[in-house]
Design a protein around this ligand. Structure first.
Ligand code: M6R
Length: 368
């Protein structure tokens, strides 16, 4: 059942190109437009939406954080992202024109379900993004967009995360399509590019040998930091979460711009810092992170840099360079997350941990 792999997690990482392709399947029409018929929230209702609020926990929350950038940019809608358990116990301001998106692989996370109930009591429209057919979440939502990752057995979420990203990109682009935005041409182009993502993810998987070597060499590191900007920031959070839950190591993700506001004090000789670099096309973001890499390296950090192929500007400052295919900034998490999954999985395995069943964790958290 593990398909020849030692762990489900390895199998699930390897399945990601197929999972991404399946989540796109049937959703891009021959005319290049999206159709999300199963969503069951009418286009008219979507045109009336004036705010999006995303609720989710853990890895699904990281997908939500990335969705915010996509929804604000392509759909031009204000978007907030909440940890479901925090949202539930505040007094969030919602209305009939708020679209709440609840993201949950299992569809059984109690915190997320409670947030959905709270949102519905306030008459918000609720759209679920879910991987498990017949689970509780879809029944409690107005509409649902299924991810087609297939069963995810390992406790650490991998293929579910990538398909959640695809789902939220589809939602952002669909909102843009039905509402019409100034980014019409870009939206059309992005839909085409999404179709190429399974191949790009496959390319990343083909080059993971050096990442595994690196992970084994860091098995005794006391701590690993992760830095990113823009959508690379949630990717950094996700990389740190994977390492915590699998390797039981101290790991933290930061927004690179936040360094000088505190975290740079943590940098000391030999500390591994993994940096997710935005595409060169976003020169402002890219150049800033290159200076961040220089700053931490000057203070002794061992820099592990994930950047698009051919990015020569980062090369001189990278102790280890991990290259990923060039894709537009907003889609980059689909390729930059994969090395972080492989890294955490390999490092944890090197420490002798069972990556499918990390200590103290359950696959779905059905209590509050
Ligand atoms: O089933 P859900 O997507 O609602 O689960 C949410 C989190 O519990 C889950 O993503 C958790 O953080 C994973 N163990 C992360 O790998």
């Amino acid at each position: 059942e593990k398909g020849g792999y030692d762990y489900f997690m390895l199998k699930e990482i390897a399945e990601q190109p197929r999972a991404v392709a399946d989540t796109l399947l049937g959703r891009i029409g021959a005319d290049g437009r999206l159709s999300l018929d199963e969503m069951r929230i009418s286009d008219q209702a979507l045109r009336e939406v004036d705010k999006v609020v995303i609720v989710a926990c853990g890895t699904a929350n990281h997908a939500g954080l990335i969705a915010k950038y996509a929804i604000e940019h392509w759909a031009g809608l204000p978007c907030e992202v909440e940890l479901a358990h925090e949202f539930r116990y505040r007094d969030p301001i919602l209305s009939r024109n708020t679209l709440v998106i609840a993201i949950s692989q299992s569809g059984e996370t109690m915190d997320t379900l409670m947030a959905v109930r709270h949102a519905r009591e306030q008459h918000a429209k609720v759209l679920g993004v879910c991987n498990v057919n017949g689970s509780t979440l879809p029944r409690e939502c107005d509409g649902v967009l299924y991810t087609h990752a297939g069963p995810e057995i390992a406790v650490a979420s991998t293929k579910a995360f990538l398909t959640q990203l695809v789902a939220v990109y589809l939602i952002a682009l669909y909102l843009a399509q039905v509402r019409g935005t100034k980014w019409g041409d870009e939206v059309f182009a992005m839909i085409q590019l999404l179709a190429q993502m399974p191949d790009k993810v496959e390319k990343v998987l083909e080059t993971m040998g050096p990442v595994r070597d690196l992970a084994r060499s860091l098995a005794d590191a006391p701590s690993v930091l992760f830095l990113g900007r823009h959508v690379g920031f949630p990717v950094a959070l996700e990389g740190a979460l994977k390492l915590k839950e699998l390797a039981y190591m101290h790991a933290e993700g930061f927004a690179a711009g936040e360094l000088k506001h505190g975290p740079i004090a943590l940098i000391e000789e030999g500390l591994p810092v993994i940096v997710v670099v935005p595409p060169r096309a976003r020169a402002v973001l890219h150049d800033k992170i290159v200076s961040n890499i220089q700053e931490i390296r000057a203070r002794g950090a061992r820099t592990i840099v994930i950047a698009e192929e051919g990015d020569d500007a980062v090369r001189p400052y990278a102790d280890t360079l991990i290259e990923v295919p060039a894709v537009p900034t907003l889609l980059q998490p689909l390729v930059t997350t994969v090395p972080l999954q492989v890294f955490a999985c390999e490092l944890a395995t090197a420490k002798g941990h069972d990556v499918d069943q990390p200590r103290n964790l359950a696959k779905s958290v059905t209590v509050e």
